[in-house]
Design a protein around this ligand. Structure first.
Ligand SMILES: [Zn+2]
Ligand SMILES: [Zn+2]
Length: 360
C-alpha cells in the first residue's frame, strides 16, 4: 500500500465522523431540561422484556441479545443471522456471563442477570475463543483467602520499559476544554501513583503514545458506538494507545449524583477504566475493581482497587517513589476478545499513517 493510498483512507476516517462535539456538564443540575428527553432511552432497554426467559423458548428480541453476547465474546460460533431461539449457545453464554459477574450460573435470564446486562459498560470484550478470563479464580500469593481476578490481553502486551514516560493527546476536532483535560490528567495520576509510568499531555496528536477522542457511531475501527448508554467507551491494548469514548453520552466532569438524569456518566470513572486497557489490563470480575466492565449511571468510581494495583504491577512493577506499593509477582490469566481482526488492521493502518504524516 503506497503512502497516497494510506493518506486517502486516513482522510476518509478522519472526516467520516460528523458530530465531533461531546456533551459535558459539571453536574447533573446543569443539564438543560431540553436535553434530558433525549437521554432516557438506553441502547439496551429492550432487553428488559426478556426477564424470565429460559432455554427452549422462542421470544422476540432474543436475537438481539445473542448479538450482545457475541459482541462481548460469549458467543463465538456465529454463521450469520441469529434466531430468537433460546438455544444451547445462548444458555452457555448466559452461564459464562453469570459466572463472570458473580451471579448464580442458572443459564436463565433471571431478573438480576437482566439488570446486570442492562448496565452501561465498556465495549471491550470479556472473553475470547470461549475462554473466560474475568473470573479466573487465581489465588493471590500475597493475601490469603482472597482471589485475584485481573487479566491481560492475549500475549500480555505492555509498553516497553524504555517507554515508561508516555505522552497523551486529545482528538483535535473535539476541542476539549481545560476542565475536561483536567479530568483525564487526574485519571492518569491514579495509575502513575502505583507504577513507574508517567503521563504527559502533548499537543502533537499524531506523535502522542496515547490518543484520546470522543466519537459517534461507526468511527472507522470496526467498533461502532451505540448512542446513549450501552457501550460507553473502548480502548486498545499496547502499543495501539487508542482510547475512544462515545460522544452520545451525557458526560459529567464534576460531581455526578444519583438523581436527575438517568444517563449521567462520570467521565473520570470511565477514563480510569479505559486507561487500564491502554496500559494492558483486561477486565476483572471483582466488582470494586476499576477494571470491572460495567458502571451504573450516577456513580463515581475512580480509586484503584487492590486487584487493579496487583494487575498493573505485574506488568510494570511498583512506583519507586511510592513507599506504600508492594510488588506482587504472581501472574494473571490472559484474555480476551479485544483485538478483533478488523480493529487490529485499522490500528496498524492508523498508526502507520499517523507516523507517516508525523515524519513528513
Ligand atoms: Zn473495559
Ligand atoms: Zn473506537
Amino acid at each position: 500500500m503506497n503512502i497516497l493510498h494510506k493518506i486517502t483512507i486516513f482522510i476518509f476516517i478522519y472526516f467520516s465522523s460528523t458530530n465531533a462535539f461531546p456533551n459535558f456538564f459539571p453536574n447533573v443540575s446543569s443539564i438543560p431540561p431540553s436535553f434530558l428527553p433525549n437521554t432516557t432511552a438506553g441502547a439496551w432497554d429492550s432487553f428488559n422484556k426478556l426477564s424470565g426467559c429460559r432455554p427452549g423458548q422462542n421470544v422476540t428480541g432474543i436475537s438481539k441479545l445473542k448479538n450482545y453476547f457475541h459482541y462481548f465474546g460469549y458467543i463465538t460460533n456465529t454463521t450469520g443471522n441469529f434466531t430468537d431461539d433460546f438455544d444451547d449457545d445462548l444458555e452457555s453464554a448466559v452461564k459464562n456471563y453469570q459466572r463472570n459477574f458473580n451471579l448464580n450460573a442458572t443459564g436463565e435470564l433471571d431478573e438480576s442477570t437482566v439488570q446486570q446486562i442492562l448496565k452501561p459498560r465498556c465495549g471491550v470484550a470479556d472473553i475470547v475463543n470461549g475462554t473466560s478470563t474475568m473470573n479466573s479464580g487465581k489465588s493471590s500469593s500475597m493475601i490469603k483467602h482472597t482471589v485475584a481476578h485481573y487479566s491481560f490481553f492475549p500475549g500480555r502486551p505492555r509498553w516497553p520499559a524504555r517507554q515508561s514516560d508516555l505522552t497523551y493527546a486529545f482528538e483535535p476536532r473535539n476541542q476539549l476544554s481545560d476542565d475536561v483535560k483536567r479530568v483525564f490528567a487526574s485519571a492518569f495520576s491514579r495509575w502513575s501513583e502505583w507504577t513507574p509510568l508517567t503521563f504527559t499531555e502533548t499537543s502533537n496528536y499524531f506523535a502522542a503514545d496515547l490518543k484520546i477522542g470522543f466519537y459517534s457511531g461507526d468511527h472507522g475501527d470496526g467498533e461502532a458506538f451505540d448512542g446513549v448508554l450501552g457501550t460507553l467507551a473502548h480502548a486498545f491494548a499496547p502499543p495501539a494507545g487508542l482510547l475512544h469514548l462515545d460522544i452520545a453520552e451525557t458526560w459529567i466532569t464534576g460531581n455526578v449524583i444519583a438523581s436527575g438524569s438517568p444517563s449521567a456518566m462520570d467521565l473520570e470513572s470511565v477514563a480510569v477504566h479505559e486507561i487500564g486497557h491502554v496500559l494492558g489490563l483486561g477486565h476483572s470480575s471483582v466488582e470494586d475493581a476499576i477494571m470491572f466492565p460495567t458502571i451504573p449511571s450516577g456513580v463515581r468510581k475512580v480509586e484503584l482497587d487492590r486487584d487493579d494495583i496487583e494487575g498493573i504491577q505485574v506488568l510494570y512493577g511498583t512506583n519507586p517513589d511510592n513507599n506504600s506499593t508492594t510488588g506482587p509477582s504472581f501472574g494473571g490469566r490472559e484474555i480476551s476478545g479485544v483485538t478483533r481482526g478488523s480493529s487490529l488492521l485499522f490500528h496498524i493502518l492508523f498508526l502507520g499513517v499517523g507516523l507517516t504524516l508525523f515524519m513528513l
